[in-house]
Design a protein around this ligand. Structure first.
Ligand code: H2B
Length: 94
């Protein structure tokens, strides 16, 4: 899979509020009222990741869960990352 160009990334980001590009990764900080709610969210993200065979880096900082997506094989951000990011956003919204 080919990494998205800077122009493509900018366009895609408009459709995905809250996500940003930092250090060649697609990143979002999700905040929860309590620690265990964040941990449950991580568990659901893990299930989505397994189903997609695509795995984010997940940074757990108390009630803040920071998700980093990139496609290691491609050495950048691809459609796979936007696809999983869209699923994670939908998961958070429900
Ligand atoms: N996750 C991420 N984030 N990037 C990858 O390139 C990747 C992955 N590769 N999960 C997958 C697994 C690959 O190793 C398997 C064979 O699909």
């Amino acid at each position: 899979m080919i990494p998205l160009t800077a122009n493509e990334l900018e366009q895609r980001l408009h459709a995905l509020p809250g996500w940003r590009v930092s250090e060649q990764q697609l990143t979002h900080t999700f905040e929860f009222k309590e620690f265990l709610a964040g941990i449950r969210f991580v568990d659901e993200v893990a299930k989505l990741a397994e189903a997609a065979a695509h795995h984010p880096d997940i940074d757990i900082r108390y009630t803040k869960i920071i998700i980093h997506l990139s496609t290691h094989d491609a050495g950048g951000i691809t459609e796979k990352d936007f696809s999983l990011a869209t699923e994670i956003t939908a998961l958070f919204a429900r």
